[in-house]
Write a protein that binds this ligand. Structure first.
Ligand code: UDX
Length: 446
């Protein structure tokens, strides 16, 4: 009989995983402690913007016309415990307030609520990004709390999905990593992932600590790559070089590769910044802090980018923001997402506002979230409206919509046709031809 799957936590990760599991043919029950979120999902609506996710969900949510009916949602732990053969824990692990460490309270609460409901054989699979050592600790808690005792097992299966590509990354993962303590657990997970494995996704079997570390190591590497190219951008600016050319040239070396070498205002979002900090904090607890001191530098190069962008903008408007109108194009931490968590774009907008600038923000999808986080900024309904009267325009999130803008039309409404490209993504020639002064991070002024 086909496995029955539950997914605990229905954020970016959980909602996508639940819909993907239904797409793979399993009966799926999703749980969240937020009844509003559950009501929304039950109607086939997604609480965030993620391309393709709503379609996928609607194909499977029970009660929606034409759906497979394989996907349902609940707030009942009892129901989840009785339903599932495999339980995926997908709750979030944010940064703790006031410290670097990871806040494990949601993961811990999920295990404490789920375990007492497990009366028969079950595999609990952690997907959340956690400090190394958590799986071993949680396995002990499960053994203690689950009425079915040894019939309940734990596995760790980190998730590598990128926002904006979550559906594709989940259905066609570039690798599946599982930390297991038994062959039975491995076999069950091979069954769950049979389709992507048959398509050729590598299946890597490891122990608990290695599986946990794979995730933090991968994100640390990506963060390091971005900060590396941003450090090169700083040197390029000092030496009159062009970081975009430099990235292209070193990227031809296959060992280096071209991806994740886009210099700009740096990384943000709900993962990279907090994951490298939690990793440093955990290494400190383990007595291995020296091994990760370089991540402190990666973090500070990254944070410096935001300050540098503010400085360039201040310089562009003549040394002070007082009485100046500043347009910020982009609020989300990356395009194709409505996520503004630790967004470099909004951070820059906020700093300029605090320094007395009149900041107007426009973003294709992130306006509601941005408004909630920074209610004191101005928000315009279109890019054109946002640019009206601007003394300087900052391009801070590389949405396709911004690359497709007509610089000549914008020049007509701006007070000063001056643009700073914080993502090195606009066509400099096009903007210059339309009368703009174009400047980008890490590139010479033409
Ligand atoms: C990341 C990891 O990529 C993913 O594997 C993991 O599961 C979760 O964390 P995500 O947070 O969705 O995914 O975003 P990602 O695409 O990695 O981008 C992170 C940040 O880096 C964004 O702010 C982006 O603008 C920035 N970035 C990315 C750069 O500044 N330059 C680059 O070259 C690439």
């Amino acid at each position: 009989m086909a496995l029955k799957i539950t997914v605990i936590g229905t954020g970016y990760l959980g909602a996508t995983h639940a819909a993907a599991m239904a797409e793979l043919g399993f009966e799926v029950l999703g749980l969240d402690i937020d009844p509003d979120k559950i009501a929304l999902l039950q109607r086939g609506e997604v609480p965030m913007y993620e391309p393709g996710l709503e379609d996928l969900l609607r194909r499977h949510v029970a009660g929606i016309e034409g759906s497979s009916g394989r996907l349902r949602f609940t707030t009942s732990w009892e129901e989840v415990g009785a339903f599932g053969d495999v339980h995926f824990v997908c709750v979030n692990t944010p940064q703790k307030h006031g410290e670097y460490a990871c806040d494990m309270s949601y993961v811990d609460a999920a295990f404490e609520a789920l375990a007492p409901q497990l009366h028969g054989p079950a595999l609990v699979v952690g997907k959340s990004t956690v400090p190394v050592g958590s799986a071993a600790r949680l396995a002990e808690r499960l053994a203690k709390l689950a009425p079915a005792g040894e019939q309940v097992e734990l596995a760790w299966n980190p998730e590598f999905l990128r926002e904006g590509f979550a559906v594709d990354d989940t259905l066609h993962p570039d690798r599946i990593v599982v930390g297991v303590a038994s062959e039975r657990a491995e076999e069950l997970l091979r069954e769950v992932y049979a389709t992507p494995i048959a398509e050729g996704s590598p299946f890597v079997v490891a122990d608990f600590p290695t599986a946990e570390l794979v995730k933090t190591a991968a994100n640390s590497f990506l963060a390091t790559k971005i900060s590396f190219i941003n450090a090169m951008a700083e040197v390029c600016e000092a030496a009159g070089g062009d970081v975009v050319k430099l990235a292209e040239a070193i990227g031809h070396d296959e060992r280096i590769g071209r991806k994740f070498l886009r210099a700009g205002i740096g990384f943000g979002g709900g993962c990279l910044p907090k994951d490298i900090r939690a990793f440093m904090a955990r290494a400190g607890e383990l007595g291995a802090d020296q091994a990760l001191t370089f991540l402190r530098e990666v973090d500070s190069i990254n944070m410096r980018r935001r300050g540098h962008m503010v400085e360039l903008a201040r310089e562009a408007v003549g040394g002070s923001f007082l009485g100046k109108v500043v347009t910020v194009l982009g609020a989300t931490f990356k395009p194709d997402s409505d996520d503004v968590r630790d967004s470099p774009a909004l951070n820059v907008a906020g700093q300029i506002h605090l320094q007395g600038g009149q900041v107007t923000v426009y973003d294709p999808k992130g306006m509601d979230n941005a408004r909630r986080l920074f209610p004191t900024l101005n928000y315009a309904p279109t890019a054109l409206e946002a640019v009206r009267g601007a003394h300087v325009v900052l391009h801070l999130t590389e949405w396709r919509e911004f690359r497709e803008l007509d610089p000549a039309r914008l020049a007509d409404v701006a007070a000063e046709p001056r643009i700073l490209d914080g993502r090195n993504a606009l066509d400099a020639e096009l903007w210059r031809k339309a009368g703009w002064t174009y400047r980008a991070l890490g590139r010479p002024n033409a």
